[in-house]
Design a protein around this ligand. Structure first.
Ligand SMILES: [Cu+2]
Length: 201
């Protein structure tokens, strides 16, 4: 179950921690599959959001690029709804948010720099939000609807395997309970596609 990402570029200890995170992300996608069609067809968010942040401060458009989240705010009020737009040429991207435990003092930067700590933290953790988007296509809300409903610090990552075929990945995620068996390299967060958001009451 740890063979879904290419092992050639990373030490095995790092790889196993990354694999844990990838598995978590993929599992979330599979579980939320049955709601994806309705959300993907929901048009109302497009007219309501501007290129960055709407005037009410309650909706935020995050643009996924290769490999970063543009427009991801450092701090938002609780109730803020995020939408994901994929502005990359080809890669599938996702926005997966994990609420960090209240007693977790390490920053996202510190966690991302220590794969074993990251793996330990996220093992058994459920993401509160999973949004996916193919390039130029409406987002798929696989977990939640993009709304941060609870105050706290959130780690945001994209764990899509680099180079994975978007259609193949989504099809595999929709038809399996486990991780999709698709070709791909290291998860996008290994290239820096991650961030931290503080949600305040
Ligand atoms: Cu990505």
């Amino acid at each position: 179950m740890s063979t879904t990402i290419a092992p050639s570029r990373r030490p095995s200890r790092t790889l196993s921690a990354l694999a844990v995170v990838v598995l978590l992300g993929l599992g979330a996608v599979a579980c939320g599959d049955d709601t994806s069609d309705e959300v993907g067809a929901e048009p109302s968010g497009e007219a309501a959001t501007s290129t960055t942040t709407s005037t009410d401060g309650r909706t935020v458009e995050v643009v996924a690029t290769d490999f970063a989240f543009d427009g991801l705010p450092e701090e938002v009020p609780v109730g803020t709804q995020v939408t994901l737009v994929n502005d990359a040429g080809r890669e599938l991207h996702e926005l997966v948010a994990f609420r960090l435990p209240d007693d977790e003092t390490r920053t996202a930067e510190e966690l991302m720099a220590d794969p074993s700590a990251l793996g330990g933290l996220l093992a058994g953790a459920e993401p509160t939000m999973v949004l996916l988007a193919e390039a130029g296509a409406p987002q798929i809300a696989a977990v939640g609807d993009g709304t941060f409903t609870e105050p706290g610090r959130y780690l945001v990552i994209c764990a899509i395997p680099t180079g994975a075929d978007p259609a193949e990945y989504l099809a595999a995620a929709a038809t399996s309970d486990g991780p999709p068996q698709v070709e791909g390299g290291a998860p996008h967060f290994a290239h820096g596609m991650w961030g931290e958001v503080e949600v305040v009451a």
